[in-house]
Ligand binder design. Structure first.
Ligand code: HEC
Length: 232
């Protein structure tokens, strides 16, 4: 009879601490992640990312990166940093190896969070967001580019951006040449996780030009502008 009330009290303390942490980091309620379009993974939690291009193909991989982008930035960025560049509040997740060892560690934390001496340092996400969201976020995290490299490329990327801005306003320019240069730059940018392809702003801008359509120059320029300002 004594154990029940005391464990309830403990739960109350934990809740109070969690609430304090919630205040410290803003709204902690996990934001649902729409994983429509990703292959279902099943009930059993995997220990290795199923959405890598080697395993699932290019298209699934690209979809996972896009879904993981919004899932991460809504649920994880307030502690682990925008674009996965840590401001020191929590570990920098870009360095987690993109292989089974890193995956196991990732999924353990994702599912159960981390509590130290009764204080929730990181909330558990497993039950609330589910496995597809977990691996999409994992895929986004491991494909972050090395921001130091982007910074070194600032001059070149800014020049390409400026050409695209001029072209968006009707000026002359060689879209194919710009596309090819962006693709070449993108190919030289690496991840810190060891994942083979970095989802850099150069890659994104090249893909926008490849897709074409109205506003492609403007959208590609904007992607570069936002990315360049984030790199500083
Ligand atoms: C309230 C802040 C907070 C939020 C929100 C948060 N984390 Fe964490 N996370 C932490 C802290 C603090 C640690 C360090 C815990 C420790 O000491 O092991 C951590 C550790 C981790 C680790 C282990 C990293 C390592 O190098 O050991 C992973 C993986 C991780 N978090 C993923 C995520 C993901 C994915 C999300 C979003 C779905 C997320 N976290 C949301 C605070 C947070």
């Amino acid at each position: 009879m004594l154990t029940k009330p005391s464990s309830l009290t403990l739960a109350g303390v934990t809740l109070a601490l969690t609430a304090t942490l919630a205040l410290a980091h803003g709204d902690v309620a996990p934001q649902a992640v729409d994983t429509a379009g990703l292959p279902a993974v099943g009930e059993e939690w995997l220990t290795e990312n199923p959405y890598r291009a080697e395993a699932a193909g290019q298209e699934v991989w690209a979809k996972a990166v896009a879904i993981g982008d919004s899932g991460y930035n809504q649920n994880c960025a307030r502690c682990h940093g925008l674009g996965v560049v840590s401001g020191g509040l929590a570990p920098d997740l870009r360095f987690l190896e993109a292989e089974e060892f890193g995956d196991e560690w990732f999924i353990e934390r994702f599912r159960f969070g981390y509590t130290q001496n009764g204080t929730t340092k990181m909330p558990a996400f497993g039950e609330l967001l589910g496995q597809e969201a977990a691996w999409a976020i994992r895929t986004y995290i491991e494909t972050r580019p090395d921001t130091d490299q982007i910074e070194e490329l600032t001059g070149e990327l800014t020049a390409l951006r400026d050409q695209l801005v001029a072209m968006a306003k009707g000026g002359e320019g060689d879209a194919q040449a710009i596309h090819d240069e962006l693709t070449e730059v993108a190919g030289g940018i690496e991840t810190l996780s060891g994942a083979p392809v970095a989802d850099s702003i150069a890659r994104r801008a090249a893909l926008i030009l490849e897709a074409g359509g109205d506003n492609a120059y403007h959208k590609a320029a904007e992607t570069l502008t936002i990315g360049l300002s984030a790199a500083h």
